[in-house]
Each structure stands twice: as structure tokens, then as C-alpha cells.
Design a protein around this ligand. Sequence first.
Ligand SMILES: Nc1nc2c(ncn2[C@@H]2O[C@H](COP(=O)(O)OP(=O)(O)OP(=O)(O)O)[C@@H](O)[C@H]2O)c(=O)[nH]1
Ligand SMILES: [Mg+2]
Length: 646
Amino acid sequence: MKGYTGDTIKNIALLGHGGCGKTTILEAALLATGVINRLGRVEDGNTVSDYDKMEIEKGYSISASLVPVEYNKHKLNFIDTPGFFDFIGDVNSALRAAEASVIVVDASAGIQVGTEKAWNSATGYSLPKFFFINKTDKENVNAEQVIADIKAKFGTSAVKLDDRDALNEAIAETDETLLEKFFGGEEFTEAEFNSGLSSGIASGDIVPILTGSAAAGAGIKELLDALLKYVPGPKSHAPYEGVNAKGENVTRACDENAPASAFVFKTIADPFVGKISLLKVISGKLTLGADIYNARAEKAEKLGSMFYLRGKTQSDAPNAPAGDIVAASKLQFTQTGDTLCDKANIIQYPAVSFPAPSLFIAVEPKVQGEEEKIGSGLHRLMEEDPSFVMERNIETHQTLLGGQGEIQIGIITAKLKEKFGVDVEQKDPKVPYRETIKGSADVQGKHKKQSGGAGQYGDVHIRFSPSQEEFEFSEELFGGSVPKNYVPAVEKGLRECMDKGPLAGCKVVNVKAVLYDGSYHDVDSNEMAFKIAASLAFKKGIAEAKPILLEPIMHVEILVPDEYMGDIMGDMNKRRGKILGMEPQQGGGQKVLAEAPQAEMFKYAIMLRSMTQARGSFAMSFARYEEVPAHLAEKIIAAHKAEAEE
Ligand SMILES: Nc1nc2c(ncn2[C@@H]2O[C@H](COP(=O)(O)OP(=O)(O)OP(=O)(O)O)[C@@H](O)[C@H]2O)c(=O)[nH]1
Ligand SMILES: [Mg+2]
């Protein structure tokens, strides 16, 4: 797989709805080019691309993988992406390394949500697109209908690659002089046709459609031919934008003679080799054994082990030129999103962008005391999948895993068990309720133990009332009723009580306490006694000052196609939500602005997906705390009591 240059390499991402046949198409391409002699099947777990243990077990792609296909003295570096929406992070990674995309459509299913998403992703990254309508071998498939649907949905720029008339028309649309010629009834020369088609594809104005069947090996050579002919090479990519050592914006063209730079678009945790970094060489040349600089970590790295990958199979890579994709292992400081470059010519490309997590699930070890193992295991797994997050909530004492959906979180927990031996249980996240007071109280807290031995004596009078601040404490003592040296102990006692409220054991907020009277004993009083007295006052005071429960209210922004608006609003009502407004979106659909209690929103990602066939998406952020309605507060308090008694 070596010996290619930026002129003979093409980097292509395969995108599409789950199960449309991306992985199988690569099998067919490898079969057609003589790399394998039998078509592997995803269900048999013997494909080149889905080599990962978990992929074999599940029967679908989980992670992007690299499958170069050598054809007609060229190397097509295909990046196979997972179709499941949970793994969108890897699609973003792949799109950063590719110069073109093939959107695969299952002919028996037609346009699916994943097709639309693939179109939007590729368009978002300004990548040329191709359609491959797969599975035409299946019975009752009407490929022509699928083509018509694609045109209706994505515009007439989508043209079947053997439809000369339609191609002429599309080419004419891309250029003034060609348009005149076209309307004048003149034929394009072969050169005009070819260059018009190439530039139309490169700009995204023309999206060729091809058809075939991976299973039957039909249309595969035609696909490879078209990609060879029309995918713009890495060198024709617009200069890559980055920042230099001074933080100034700079660009770097894909040029073998420029200083070396490479972008780490993906990291694989290999059971044997350890960490493998997949590098898209942007400029210059990477050489085995050479030093290279990690601009983010500000550390020197050595390219001690560099190789080409096809699925899991490695082959040696003495060097890798600009435009190529190569793998490196044993990089110490390097992670996905980093730039490796010539130390004398520092450049840093933007990191891969990952969508914010939409679903959070709490994880607990099945065996007590393995919390730390969870933490370190998740950290390692994050190298491979930087699109999930881990959070420790100090109020609910839970470890939360945030990702794009249940499947992604399920894979993460399965890997935790398999790779790090930690068995975790998935739990619903707890709501970080809080407690506060609406009224005021004036109470006495007295701690007195004076029978035998050293005694204990502390006595305080404290007024409690609502505050704007989290906690306010002051003293208005007179006449030495409580000696000043005990005041800090009283404050400390109260502060400790604020961590665990009397209603449901939640953090207490917005309380003002004024210590204004009390008494002491010359011998038996001490700091501990006053701390205890303060805590007794706190319990009594909060209980008398109309305590209430507060819950987090979230600000929610939901993007949905118009047809789901009614369902979304109805559902929000059921979630005690309030619709704040609607904003029609450019390019269709609505943004619904709403507020809803966090307690009602934990599984929203799952519900929204099923309500909108995964067309909807949402973002959520904390807005403020609000009082929990009384009937719900009673339940929460009762549940806490029951749990405490256990
Ligand atoms: N009949 C038929 N079945 C196909 C064809 N291509 C793929 N399949 C089957 O479709 C199923 C899904 O194929 P995959 O190659 O795993 O699809 P994928 O797009 O990689 O799926 P994800 O990785 O989940 O996104 C498998 O059962 C394949 O055997 C085809 O051309 N014809
Ligand atoms: Mg696949």
C-alpha cells in the first residue's frame, strides 16, 4: 500500500443509514480487486472492516475503520463509518480525513433518516458527494423510483452517472458559456463534458448516482471507476486552516514539499498494539523513525511505529506523503484531534467537533469499591471514543455517562467489562433536588450532657430566613451570652448541616442565619458542644421556616421538521414543560424553545428519537431552580424517608 503520492491517492468516507451495506461494499471492492477471494459477511463476523470484537458480536459497525482499495495504480482510502446515529462522532472524524463521500442507500428501503443525515453531514463539511444505491439484487426493488425520490428530496443536482442528457443539463448549470452552448443546441466536446462534470462534482453542484449490489458484486467496478475519475485528489483540497505557534490563523496546502503536518482524526485501542492513531497527512511527508511535534501537548513524539491499516491488518509504511492516511502506534501524548507537525513550522488544525451528549445514564459498580476502576477505564475508552463524557455529580454522588444514545452507552459499559473487568450497573440519574425555606423561624438549639465525667454544654438562639446568597451567617450577640470564640463553631455546625437538608437529604440553599443569643457553661462548654447545638437549631429552624424542595429547570431547544411540531408540544405538556417560542429554521423545520424540569427530561433523547424517527435533535442546558409542586414533593420526601430507613 506504499509508493502512492498525493496524485494517486483518494480519501473517501462511506456514509449512510445503518445496514445500507457500507461494510459489505468494501468487501465487494476488496473482492473485485483481488485482495480477498471470498466476500465476507457482516452476519458471519468475517468482514475486513468490522473486525472489532464488539462489531462481530453485534453485527454492525461501531467505529470508523480504514479500508484502502488499490485499483488502477491508485489507492482509494475508504473510511467505513457506522450508520447507527449513536456513533455520529466517528462520522465527524471520518469527514475530517476525506475529500469526498459516498452516501449509500438501501434500494429496498429508499431514502432513510440516515440518508438525510449523511447528506447534511457531507454538505456541512463541503465534501463532494456520490450516491450508491445498493442491494439492487433484492426482490421487488425499484432503483429508478429510488433515484426519482433522491432527485425530489435532494434536488436535480443528483444525476445518474449514465444518463448523458441529464448530465449535460447539470454540467450546463455550472458554467455560463456551457449553458449558452447547451441552449444553443450544441454538443459539448468530450473535454468540456469531462472537465464540467469533474468541477461540478468537486463543487457539490453535481452529485452522481450509481447503482449496484455489494452482495452480488454488481456495479462495484463502476463505482471504483467513477471515484477514480471524479473524486478530487487530496492536493486539490482548499488549503487547510489552522493556527501557528503564535495563535495566528494560517493555512497549509496539501503539498509534499511543504513542512510536515498531520491531523489525528481517530484513535483505536488495539488489544495487542495498544493505542493506534490514525493520521491524515496534510503536508510534507511523515517518515518512520522521525521526530514529530505535538502542537497541543507541546511535546516531541517519535514516529517509532508507523504502518498502513486495512481493517486490522497492518503493512509497513516507511513514509507517508501529503494526502495519505497512515497509522502510528506508541505515540505517548497524542490523542484524537491533535496535530503532529514539524517543530520548526508549527501548525495546529481545529479538533474534531463532536455533538454534545443528549442522554445521561448513571453507572455504579456491581462490586463495591470499584468506582476508581470505572473512572480510569472510562478515561481509557475515551481515547477511542472522545464523543462521550463522564461526569461526577457531587450532589447526587453519581457517576454519569453522557452519550448520543443507549446503544453507545451500552457499548461503553460492555467494553468496561470486557477490557477493564468492571461490571457496572446502569441506573437512572438522580435529580439534584435542593431544599430551601420560604418563611422564617426563631429557634433555640441546646446541647447539654452533664451527668458524670466531663460535661457538654452549648446553647444558641438563631433566627433563620430566606437569603439571596447560598448561605449567610452573622451574629448579633450582646452581653457575652455566647463567648466570641465559640461563634466559628456555630457557623461551622450550620454550614455542615447545609449539605444535607431535613426534607430529603439534599443540599440546602438560600438560608440566612443570625445567631443572636444563647448561654454557656464555664467548664462544660466547648466548640463541639456549640456545633451540636447549632445543628439542633438548624433542624428545628428549617422545619419551622416553611421548607420546600427545589428542582432544576432546564432550557431546551428542539430542532424538528414541521410535521412533528404537534407531537413535540403535546409531549412537552406531559413533561410539565412550558413552550417559550418557536423559530422557523432556514432550510425547513422549527426550533422549539421550551423549559422543563430536569426530572422529566432524562430519557428525552430516546423519546425524541422515536417520536421523530430520529429526525429531531435537541440541546439542553440548566436554567434555574424552581419549587417542586407539592404533590410531587411529598412523593420525593416519602421516597427519601423509605430509603433512609432501609
Ligand atoms: N441483498 C443484499 N444484502 C446486502 C447487500 N449489501 C449488504 N447487504 C446486507 O445488509 C446487511 C447490512 O450490511 P452492512 O454492510 O453491515 O451495512 P452497513 O451499512 O455497514 O451497516 P452499519 O455498519 O450498521 O451502518 C447485511 O446483512 C448485509 O449482508 C446487497 O447488496 N444485497
Ligand atoms: Mg458497517
